[in-house]
Design a protein around this ligand. Sequence first.
Ligand code: NAP
Length: 183
Amino acid sequence: MGRTVYYTASTLDGFLADEHDSLSWLLRQDVDPAGPFGYDGFIAGVGAMVMGATTYRWLLDHLDPADGWPYEQPCWVMTRRTFPAPSGDVRFAAGPVVDLLPALRAAAGERDLWVVGGGDLAGQFADVGALDEIEVSFAPVTLGAGRPLLPRPLDLELLDVARNRSLVCARYRVAGPLAASVP
Ligand SMILES: NC(=O)c1ccc[n+]([C@@H]2O[C@H](COP(=O)([O-])OP(=O)(O)OC[C@H]3O[C@@H](n4cnc5c(N)ncnc54)[C@H](OP(=O)(O)O)[C@@H]3O)[C@@H](O)[C@H]2O)c1
């Protein structure tokens, strides 16, 4: 079985997007997709994906319809809303992520399950002990406010680090809930 991994980019102060869901701060970064922690290597190892409704809405709003849906892998969108019929292999679901895990893992097979985001969705997987790793690339930007990277108290183990041009990239194992501090 592959990993369940939250692969994302973040500002240095821990935001995925600004309060208006803008990613302009990220899209202007100098990044090598074929470099360390780059998208090309990551997506080649992904067997299935799951994302939240805001992230899906962002994709619908920003993709060129002429290009079609950009992912070959089956993609689940967690939502209670109704969206137009998808153009790719997109499946809608709602409710506890634990109920969906068997289907997600079966679809991913030996490859990774990519938790695309947002942060709370990644947290829902962590809540049930189903998030194995986090790969995050930090851009040299602070926003002060926005959509949080991972709004949960967790202990992580640093497994790997690299630089990809303007980004500082790190891979963590999710060790579990944050240990209680010693008084
Ligand atoms: N920096 C990056 O690399 C990166 C990566 C990913 C995302 N992003 C951006 O970050 C922002 C994330 O937005 P967000 O924080 O709102 O998170 P999100 O996960 O994209 O969307 C949250 C919404 O998903 C639905 N949802 C989540 N869990 C659910 C469940 N278990 N059952 C049913 N519905 C569920 C709910 O919507 P409804 O109930 O309304 O349907 C919820 O309001 C977006 O702007 C996205 O584009 C950036």
